[in-house]
Design a protein around this ligand. Sequence first.
Ligand code: GLC
Ligand code: CA
Length: 583
Amino acid sequence: MSASKPNWWKASTCYQIWPASYKDSNGDGIGDIVGIISTIPYLKDLGIETIWLSPMYDSPQKDMGYDISNYQDVYPPYGTLADMDRLIKECHDLDMKLVLDLVINHTSDQHAWFLESRRNKTNQYADWYMWRDPKIIQGERHPPNNWASIFGGSAWEYCRERDQYYLHLFVKEQPDLNWENEETRRGIYESAMKFWLDKGIDGFRVDTANLYSKDTSYPDAPILVPGEPYQPAFKYFTNGPRMHEWLQEQRGILDKYGDVFMVGELPDTKADEVLRYISAKSREYSCVFDFDVVMLGQNKEGGSKKHHTHKHTLPHFKEAIRKVQGLLHGTDAWTTVFLENHDQGRSLSRFATDKAIHRDQAAKMLAVLMCCLTGTLFLYQGQEIGMYNHPEYWGIEDLRDIDSLNAYNDVMHRHKGDPLWLKKAMRGLQLVGRDNGRLPVQWDNSANAGFTSGKPWIRVHDDYEHVNVAAQQADPGSPLNFWKKIIRLRKKYADLMIFGKDFQVWDKFDQDVFTFTKVHPDGHERILVFLNFSDEDQPLHYPTGLESVQKELLVCNFEEPGKYLTPWEARVYLIREGVVNGG
Ligand code: GLC
Ligand code: CA
């Protein structure tokens, strides 16, 4: 990239689509590509410029498409390759970009490569996955080490044909590819990447983007959870020794296609390590999704037990945001802004409030927060209308996610069905369970929220008659119309809102209000943002020196901003004087 041509993806407003739950066009109860195509004008009108489509590849759907059996084909209920060609074209015709999910840490166990690999130790694909001999203890066969799978149980599965185990960091139907093998890497680049880049897509969201390189001496992990046979082993497979080498190799492939956007999913990584992936100089990822905000209240060390999730405090939330904004301070890196995706509870329920009286106000407040942060902005389907978590009275039979079901069954098994334990398990899932983000998008108040004319594959949120696109389109004061307005404002004040620097929090320890400033790259203007994260009126926390300077109100989610911040109020002021240079 020449220095004079800015990367298109920095200021692009992105929207993630989870195909199964977005829009069904043919009444089979499952969202599809034709359904997506029918809503492109809606997205365009909202101000969306880039669509990130979650996996639509052929798959046995053990993990909702993150288990791919053929990179070069489409899951039939979602559509065909021809539908994908049309989707690409329709996006480009409206001057929008399309980004696909790139799932290359593992494949499905039904992928042709794995079916061949598992047959014996001598076939052409024998070394394409992570195979290891059993550990024999007192004549008995055991997995090669004690690593736990991220989705529970051992990370190893035995295969009789080879008398060996294969590694799977996720479910056993998701065997990990052997990136150490150069031929495997070439195969991945050809099949998963070039095939789609040749069709004209504009980039990838990279799944589990820092897990390819493992500690291939496979040491036992230290005991973090006493009494458990399998232990969390993140440090042996996260940010491993060859990650950067391979990503640079991969960039060599991408370069032939121009400015390809690569946004990596980057769990569990400290700031200085994150920078290695996203510095413009290293040319690895364009930017990444840091997990600091979405992991708040979740305990990974303990083996990611969802029933131990607790509600974080506002100071924790501010600190997580500060870390990510801080990545840009004095560096050549770029970052993302997001509060939701298909792996998380809804942001209203997790970070604000889903109480009916404050919900719309809170949804608009979070919109202000996001639009004022520096980085590439990502909305998740339904976020624009303030979709929130499923009610507490839903039962396990309403859930579909393998991770949630595993977590529930684990509690069930350990505590022999004890009702209080099961209640605790459900409470955790109600807050952070992945199905919260996977409920059908609420398009209107007709049956099944207008998502399908058939029987939806997962239960529709009970509140769809109140929260839906059609109702909000008709209401000028709705979260949807507010998003439209503020996305445009973000573009208008791009230098401050998208590219502003020196993010600074002014009330680090306050439990109710979040006040921050950002400075124009030229240093002559700044924005001052007040956000009330409480159900009560709150005083304004003016940064020292800014109490009485001239300021212009850019946006507020309340009609008449007064002396105090009303519950869940957000205000943004533009200040043209008093900026301390280099601050
Ligand atoms: C990522 C995806 C998640 C999936 C996992 C395994 O974390 O976002 O949905 O289950 O990788 O591919
Ligand atoms: Ca369908």
